[in-house]
Design a protein around this ligand. Structure first.
Ligand code: TYD
Length: 143
């Protein structure tokens, strides 16, 4: 089975300029652990609303707060890690197999997600009990 990195913050290039700053990411960049197959973004998230609440079988993601801030909670079936994203030149790498919940969206925030796979509902684990059962199996394999 493929070995993925743990979740971590990736610093992206930031070209500072009196006219305004610029950040970019492209396939082949050694900072990016996967090739980008799809980009989506969420915006106009009402105060107090949550997004996510699912895991992926294969899809890897880089989550960027293009504007504003929000929290990303990652649960591997045992432990939870919470990351606050609020810098458009940083991305959170999320390997497959983690239950993610995004919340605490500030007003006007924009969450951009780069993913390693095209959209396919079959890659989603949306049922929490199914996720727990799968992660229990994986954690047993590690013992
Ligand atoms: P959902 O997975 O609930 O979004 P989030 O992860 O932000 O909570 O997706 C909402 C809807 O959008 C759902 O019907 C699937 C659809 N969708 C696509 O058609 N293509 C995509 O690339 C994504 C991410 C979602």
């Amino acid at each position: 089975m493929e070995k993925y990195s743990e979740p971590h913050i990736i610093d992206l290039p930031c070209i500072r300029d009196p006219r305004g700053n610029l950040t970019f990411v492209q396939n082949g960049d050694s900072r990016l652990p996967f090739d980008i197959a799809r980009v989506y973004w969420t915006y106009d998230v009402p105060a107090g609303e949550e997004r996510g609440s699912h895991a992926h079988h294969q899809g890897q993601e880089l989550i960027v707060a293009l504007s504003g801030s929000f929290n990303v909670e990652l649960f591997d079936g045992v432990a939870t890690r919470t990351f606050t994203l609020n810098r458009p030149f940083q991305g959170l790498y999320v390997p497959p197999g983690l239950w993610r919940t995004l919340d605490n969206f500030s007003s006007g925030s924009v969450c951009m997600v780069l993913t390693s796979v095209p959209y396919d509902e079959a890659d989603y684990i949306r049922d929490y009990d199914e996720f727990i059962a799968l992660s229990l199996g994986k954690n047993k394999d590690k013992e």
